[in-house]
Design a protein around this ligand. Structure first.
Ligand code: PMP
Length: 410
């Protein structure tokens, strides 16, 4: 039912340039079509299909039983910070004091806190492209200027040292690095990081925001290394971000964390204190169990993701007009679709852009994927393969069949 009284709501200027996340919009469109009885396969969302392990759920229940249902210390309980410090030490070779750690409502909030706490109007943030949509939108929301540096498939979707050097100006505050990457799945090995870190050593005014969310989802023996460990001289200006959402299948618990210089963390905590306060006490208890508990299932899950990656990459790459690089990690394939742009659909429409292609796949092939434009790199689309193999096979067959119906380029 429509409201009887017309609303004259005027959004704030700061959100004028921002749209609703295209990924969420595509998910909503898929849900709408599904409600009409259509069998839409959704490869849009970025979340593991696995369930949160039982020992983690149990820890949450036990915390509730103990009465841990109240506000906690602003940046996280002492017990959670101990677990986070242990994780950074054990898995990443990074040492932190509790005052250098902040736990927040998802890694997304850690990023938001950091940008809110550090950016003044006009400050620049270098973002290798394709990027996770939140990066550029949060920078804009905080008054900063995203400096998008295109990193094509030919360069492995990875930022090069020369590109970084050229992008740095006196206004640069941050470089954002995400490895393995959402959306490309590309990861930076030590040999890829080293030249970038050397550039940063020459630019002492530039800080480094590292997003290691997918560090446990890597394939073929890839060795994840985090920049602040590889180059300790940068640790004093690096914020290393992680969380339990992806590795432990805990997206709904909303718990992420960061480790960095105390002054930065303190400023971030000011933002957090006036937005959300501490993250959920129950999620914090669950995260302790995730970080301190058994880790053996991580390798099993990564292997399950690898099989799916192989299936999806091979299927996409075999479709005339599409090409797909093999990603080193995360659960996304980022395929080029330039070869289908400009072609005519059986309905008589010319596919002008990656957005057209993805919309057409949804409407006629019942598969939801996200256009590269949403991640800053047109001519591509992202497939999330965090779903079972049968579903993936169905989706790949549908995309292949749809592409076969396309006419020659106009
Ligand atoms: N970083 C990256 C690269 C992501 O893909 C995501 C989730 N899509 C996040 C951070 C945020 O994760 P959360 O807020 O659930 O911790």
């Amino acid at each position: 039912m429509k409201d009887a009284v017309a609303s004259d709501f005027r959004p704030a200027e700061r959100i004028e340039s921002l749209g609703v996340s295209e990924i969420l919009a595509i998910g909503a469109r898929a849900a709408k079509l599904r409600a009409t009885g259509r069998d839409i396969v959704s490869l849009g969302a970025g979340e593991p299909d696995f369930d949160t392990p039982d020992h983690i759920k149990r820890a949450a229940w036990e915390a509730m039983q103990r009465g841990e249902t109240k506000y906690t210390a602003l940046t996280g309980t002492a017990a959670l910070k101990t677990a986070i410090i242990g994780k950074f030490e054990r898995e990443n070779g990074l040492t932190f004091e509790p005052s250098q750690i902040i736990a927040s409502t998802g890694a997304k909030q850690v990023i938001y806190n950091a940008m809110m706490a550090s950016l003044n109007p006009g400050d620049e943030v270098i973002i290798p492209t394709p990027y996770w949509v939140t990066y550029s939108d949060v920078v804009e929301l905080c008054g900063g200027v995203p400096v998008l540096v295109p990193c094509a498939a030919e360069q492995g979707f990875r930022l090069g040292a020369d590109q970084l050097r050229e992008a740095i100006t006196p206004r640069t505050r941050w470089l954002m690095l995400n490895s393995p990457s959402n959306p490309s799945g590309a990861a930076y090995a030590a040999e890829h990081l080293r030249p970038l870190l050397d550039v940063l050593l020459e630019a002492p005014h530039v800080w480094l925001m590292v997003d290691d969310m997918y560090e446990h989802i890597v394939y073929d023996g890839f060795r994840h290394v985090t920049p602040a460990a590889l180059e300790p001289a940068l640790k004093g200006r690096t914020l290393t971000i992680n969380g339990v959402s992806k590795a432990y299948a805990m997206t709904g618990w909303r718990l992420g964390y960061g480790g960095g210089p105390e002054a930065l963390v303190k400023a971030m905590s000011v933002i957090q204190s006036q937005s959300t306060s501490a993250p959920s006490s129950i999620a914090q208890a669950a995260a302790i169990a995730a970080l301190d508990g058994p880790q053996d299932f991580l390798a099993d899950r990564a292997e399950a993701f690898r099989l799916r990656r192989d299936l999806v990459v091979a299927a996409l790459d075999a479709i005339p007009g599409l090409a797909c690089r093999t990603p080193e990690g995360a659960f996304y394939a980022f395929a080029e679709c330039d070869g289908v742009i400009g072609r005519r659909t059986p309905e008589g429409r010319i596919l002008e852009t990656d957005r057209d292609f993805c919309a057409w796949l949804m409407e006629t092939a019942d598969v939801a994927v996200v256009p590269g434009t949403a991640f800053g790199l047109p001519g591509h689309f992202r497939v999330s393969y965090a779903t079972d193999t049968e579903t993936l096979k169905t989706a790949m067959a549908r995309i292949a069949a749809a592409c076969r119906t396309l006419g020659e380029p106009a």
